[in-house]
Design a protein around this ligand. Structure first.
Ligand SMILES: [Zn+2]
Ligand SMILES: [Zn+2]
Length: 296
């Protein structure tokens, strides 16, 4: 082997993990990182941190949770998956659809009040897919439509909340009592709740998945049009901003920011968007579809 070829071979050997599964559709980054490490035979949080972000402090890996990190570090290299495959494990595409910055702090601010900071899970999904889904992070999603049961907020055996990333790394195991999280039966959803969970699940799946409307030059127009649509609906009910805000238990400013499609100097939260859309019996998917039709 000549010298340059040997160099490439060494790099390949040392940089690429022997097993690099692809993320499952809608799998969260924290789940993927844990699964990646475990499938390659290491369970040390420090080792994972060192491998993905060698120049940074360990805590930074935990801080990102499922927000898009400033850089994916060595993840594309060690997994041989490009950013287009890895970013959908984060809130990246959701933030872009609303024309927001994808910096960690800004995404965290936009999603304030919407996310659980611990694992919520469907035991039967763990059985079938052996991973954690990004959609489970959203508190508005109450259950698993596929299996017709509630999402659990804690270990069914010892009652402990499960962190998103555990140390040592694990998937589907309670770090407190060491029992399998899939071994508990979750209460069934009522028919109404199951339908609501299905709608919510579809909505989140759409928002978390890439699409052309989230391009930099299009997203601000979409957000403006979305605000105009909602304003029109409010006016057609002859309601004032104050009346709507009171009914939804939201500050009036949040309604103003949504209707004006503001992207700076006062912006609405994702939670406010969801609540305001639901007020008109619409999901955000419905609203984006209408805007798409109007802007074409
Ligand atoms: Zn399930
Ligand atoms: Zn437990």
């Amino acid at each position: 082997m000549n010298k340059p070829a040997q160099k490439v071979a060494e790099l390949y050997y040392f940089e690429l993990l022997p097993l690099h599964p692809q993320p499952q559709p809608l799998e969260s980054l924290t789940s993927y990182l844990s699964r990646l490490a475990i499938s390659n035979g290491f369970i040390s949080f420090a080792a994972l941190s060192e491998l993905v972000f060698p120049a940074q402090h360990q805590a930074s890996l935990y801080r990102f949770k499922d927000c898009p990190p400033l850089s994916l570090g060595k993840l594309p290299l060690i997994t041989s998956h490009p950013a287009t495959i890895l970013l959908p494990t984060t809130f990246y595409h959701l933030a872009r659809k609303f024309g927001r910055s994808v910096a960690t702090a800004q995404v965290t601010h936009f999603l304030d009040g919407s996310l659980a900071q611990h694992l919520r899970f469907c035991p039967r999904c763990l059985q079938d897919y052996n991973c954690y889904f990004l959609t489970w992070r959203f508190k508005a999603l109450r259950g698993c439509a596929e299996h017709g049961c509630h999402l659990l907020e804690q270990c069914g055996q010892c009652g402990q909340e499960i962190p998103l990333l555990t140390n040592p790394l694990s998937i589907g195991v309670c770090p407190g009592c060491k029992k399998a999280l899939k071994s508990v039966v979750s209460p069934a959803l009522s028919k109404r709740r199951r339908e609501a969970s299905l709608r919510q699940q579809r909505d989140l799946a759409y928002l978390l998945t890439p699409e052309p409307m989230e391009a930099n030059e299009v997203a601000p127009q979409v957000v403006k049009q979305l605000g105009r649509d909602l304003r029109q609906r409010r006016l057609s009910r002859s309601q004032s901003i104050r009346e709507v805000a009171k009914a939804l238990k939201l500050p009036s400013a949040q309604i103003v920011f949504i209707e004006q499609g503001r992207l700076k100097q006062g912006t609405a939260s994702f939670r406010a968007y969801q609540i305001y859309a639901n007020y008109f019996d619409l999901t955000l998917f419905d609203l984006f579809a209408m805007v798409r039709a109007e802007l074409v």
